[in-house]
Design a protein around this ligand. Structure first.
Ligand code: AHR
Length: 335
């Protein structure tokens, strides 16, 4: 842990005020939080930049990190970037100026982080990637990653479709894909994993992939357009539940039955999606857990103590689908 001078504490007060001002967005930013409560000099200080509020998953992830910090006695400087990479870069710079012990952030896209992460490394602050990866030629710019295995998620989605086709003797399935934010890790890897599982199998054809940016409103808009453009759609593979919920509205408004006329495969596992799985309107939910807070706090404490951490940490994740015997017994999801 680093000692903080009087000047640094004054700077902190200034940064706290700066973080309260919207940076290019219209929503207010949250103030840095002393979740440990004591603000003492020996408390581990974590600067965390969240990418936005685009989905129930993201809100659950933010809440979990804030609660985990409190449980762990880690002091959290939390900033929400409102979906703008530029805001994340500004937040990281303010964490560096404040000399936090550890910086963690969920990068909205993979490219464009080298400059600011070089500044963090030069300041001697370890950087932990959470939820999403970055692309860099310099692996020393971050010490580790904690988050889902998105390639495995895409494969699980594809494996479900193959199993469904095998069990029910389905042929000639026309698929549309609603992808997440372009150039984000989950968007790229979920697509690749899904394609890997159905590649070379003549029963499956991907008609089109469109990006709904992980947003419910865009999921609906995109699905309306897809239904207009294609005479027949048999399968929707959607990269997150928020877009799926919007798409289901569009499907029902078009007079079709989600889960029956169109097979619905979605990723995340938020409560609303599990409810629709149990109602038969979704066929498969691949879990992507937002509950990363405890792991992040554990790794933060190790980093602050100068210990080594694993390069990659994945939480355990499940798949829920219409073939599960215990479909109606899924415990409450909490997000
Ligand atoms: O990076 C994780 C993804 O981002 C989740 O699947 C999605 O819901 C979120 O917005």
């Amino acid at each position: 842990m680093r000692p903080r001078s009087r000047a640094t504490l004054l700077l902190a007060a200034f940064l706290a005020l700066a973080l309260l001002l919207p940076l290019g967005g219209c929503a207010p930013r949250s103030a840095p939080e002393d979740t440990a409560g004591d603000g003492g000099e020996d408390t581990v200080l974590l600067g965390f930049s969240q990418l936005g509020r685009e989905s129930a998953w993201r809100m659950g992830n933010s809440r979990d990190i804030q609660e985990a910090a409190e449980r762990a006695g880690v002091q959290l400087m939390y900033d929400n970037a409102q979906q703008e990479q530029e805001n994340q870069i500004k937040a990281i710079r303010s964490f560096i100026a404040y000399q936090v012990d550890v910086i963690a952030f969920a990068p909205i896209v993979e490219q464009g982080w080298d400059t600011v992460l070089t500044e963090a490394r030069d300041a001697g602050i370890p950087v932990l990637l959470t939820d999403r990866f970055i692309v860099t030629e310099d692996p020393s710019l971050y010490v580790g990653y904690v988050g889902a295995d998105f390639l495995a998620e895409g494969r699980k989605a594809g494996a479900f479709l193959v199993e469904k086709a095998d069990r029910e003797g389905l042929e000639d399935l026309k698929i549309v894909e609603l992808s997440g934010t372009l150039s984000s890790t989950p968007m790229q890897q979920r697509s690749s994993g899904f394609r890997e599982m159905i590649a070379g199998d003549a029963r499956f054809e991907i008609l089109e992939t469109v990006s709904g940016d992980f947003l419910r409103s865009k999921g609906k808009e995109c699905m309306i357009a897809l239904l207009e453009r294609h005479e027949r759609i048999d399968v929707l593979f959607s990269h997150n539940d928020s877009m799926t919920l919007g798409a289901i509205e569009a499907i029902e408004e078009a007079g079709l039955r989600p889960g029956e006329d169109i097979i619905i495969i979605t990723v995340d596992g938020e409560q609303a999606a599990i409810d629709l799985l149990q109602e038969g309107k979704i066929n498969c939910v691949v879990e992507c857990t937002p509950m990363l807070g405890d792991i992040i706090m554990d790794l933060t404490k190790k980093l602050a103590a100068g210990e080594e951490i694993p390069r990659v940490t994945h939480p355990e994740e499940d798949v829920f689908c219409e073939f599960d015997a215990d479909l109606m017994d899924i415990p409450p999801r909490g997000y």
